[in-house]
Design a protein around this ligand. Structure first.
Ligand code: GDG
Length: 482
């Protein structure tokens, strides 16, 4: 029986719930699980605890009553149309996302979006404070909720609060552009532990605190004497930062890739492409951070130079629809449509398509089949917190085949150093790297793939969640602890 007075020992807050709301023709609400890495990771750590997950249900509307699913309480936070525009599309996706991804497109600073961001963060902090048990552990996720740690600490100083950043944290020279930079840093410093994808992200954060707030730090611990810091006596609060790179469910991905249906489907995909000698593959959300335009530029030149030709070589580019109401994404779509049209106009023939371009989302099984059908996966972001697609490809290649071309500007490049690393801004270099990957002999490719598989297998999403929670529990937090 769901009671609004229930309290939980483990609370997760993320922008989205792990389910999507669907309302049928009779007006009845159904919840569809949205399977993703985070959901899988949390499943394991939520077992054996009383756990609650708070998040937005994905479309504008009033608060919906909490409900239980697979032993976890799901607590929807309703957002008004204005807050979806201001907090989610505006401040999160048009201000913070480009600012935190190296200003690839200019961030937009709007005071009304900031007001909305504060309002929604306040709603989350209040809702968490009402469901968390005394001394509970709270794990806040991502850039949409950076004010929650300090807001929550002032409401509930008894809680152990962690935050994890799924995207990069920019250098202070870029972060400093944000008109509300002090408030964001203060918001985050309300946590006991701040987790980042790369050590550079943690270092960027520490430097921003030092330069903008005058904090000091020893090792990975920042000392903070702010006005809203919940300090006891004259002692500062201590906040630990560390890199805890996220991963995937390696075993589940490999098992899926080994199923007869997926293997059959992968052969079918190659056959429908005309059994090319080399299938190049790109799978990304259609996002300007993913370097799709740079990749297409390199591919276009390789066709023009005569280094590759259809039908022996073809690029299959899947671009999953994303943030379609934001103008930078609409512009990107037109540009990519135009590039693909030009490449195919110039370099395709009848039965010999240079680029197969699909603007759809696909089920996980199809993704696994696509990974197996690909000789070379092209992952060329200009900036990416981690990039799970690269890790999923590696987990799918139980046959030890396939090559990974991977941008140095992804978090994944720190771990997958047996990939063919590239700088996507260097088009000549990128072209050379793609050709090298295509021409490398199978024994050497196998060696590289096995090395990457060892890494992802031993550092999977379960290990990530355990590492994060161990660090959170061990963080010094209040004076006298740790
Ligand atoms: C953010 C950070 C960080 C994609 N298309 C389909 C589909 N996907 C799945 C992939 C993968 C996930 O979506 C995408 O994850 P990425 O890591 O590649 O990128 P972001 O969405 O930008 O994620 C990123 C991540 O958070 C986690 O911390 O790695 O750096 O930007 O799992 O497989 N899944 C299905 N159909 C699709 O068409 N089923």
């Amino acid at each position: 029986m769901v009671s609004p007075h229930d309290r939980f020992d483990f609370v997760v807050a993320a922008n989205r719930l792990p389910v999507d709301r669907e309302v049928d023709d009779d007006g009845v609400t159904h919840w569809q699980t949205s399977p993703g890495g985070l959901v899988t990771a949390m499943d394991a750590v939520m077992q054996d605890r009383t756990a609650c997950w708070l998040g937005w249900a994905g479309d504008p509307g009033e608060d919906v009553a909490p409900f239980d699913r697979n032993g976890v309480r799901l607590h929807p936070i309703g957002l008004s149309t204005e807050d979806v525009r201001g907090h989610y599309e505006g401040f999160s996706n048009e201000t913070l996302w480009p600012l935190y991804h190296d200003v690839i497109v200019p961030p937009r600073f709007r005071r009304s979006w900031w007001a909305s961001y504060q309002r929604v963060n306040t709603r989350f902090a209040q809702a968490i404070s009402e469901v968390a048990n005394t001394g509970a552990t709270v794990w806040v996720h991502d850039y949409q909720l950076q004010l929650v740690p300090a807001m929550l600490r002032s409401l509930r100083p008894d809680l152990r609060i962690g935050w994890f950043n799924h995207i990069p944290f920019p250098p202070v020279e870029l972060f400093g552009q944000l008109p509300w930079r002090h408030s964001v840093l203060r918001g985050l410093l309300g946590a006991d532990f701040l987790g980042f994808q790369r050590t550079n992200d943690a270092a960027n954060f520490t430097r921003a605190c030092h330069q903008l707030l005058g904090t000091s730090s020893t090792g990975d611990v920042i000392s903070w004497r702010g006005a809203d810091d919940g300090r006891i006596g004259a002692e500062p609060r201590r906040v630990r930062t560390a890199s805890v790179p996220i991963s995937i469910d390696f075993t589940a991905m490999e098992e899926l890739a080994r199923t007869p249906a997926v293997r059959r489907r992968s052969r079918e995909i190659r056959a429908s492409l005309g059994n090319p000698r080399t299938v190049l593959l790109g799978i990304d959300r259609l996002d300007y951070t993913k370097g799709i335009r740079h990749r297409l530029r390199a591919i276009s030149e390789l066709f023009a130079d005569g280094d590759i030709a259809a039908p022996e070589v073809t690029l299959l580019q899947i671009a999953t629809p994303s943030r379609e109401r934001v103008s930078a994404y609409q512009d990107l779509r037109s540009q990519v449509d135009g590039q693909v049209g030009r490449i195919n106009g110039d370099h395709s023939g009848i039965g010999a398509t240079a680029v197969h371009y699909l603007h759809h989302a696909y089920p996980k099984e199809e993704m696994a089949a696509l990974f197996q059908a690909a000789d070379v996966l092209l992952v060329t972001p200009l900036r990416d917190g981690m990039n799970l697609v690269a890790k999923e490809y590696v987990a799918s290649r139980w046959d030890g085949r396939g090559a990974l071309v991977l941008s140095e500007f992804t978090g994944a490049a720190q771990e997958l150093n047996s990939a063919f690393l590239c700088n996507p801004h260097d088009i000549a270099g990128l072209k050379g790297t793609i050709l090298t990957a295509m021409r490398e002999d199978p024994a050497s490719l196998r060696k590289r793939m096995l090395a990457m598989r060892r890494r992802v297998r031993s550092h999977d999403v379960h290990a990530w969640a355990q590492r994060y929670l161990t660090a959170l529990e061990a963080a010094p937090g209040k004076p006298g602890r740790g």
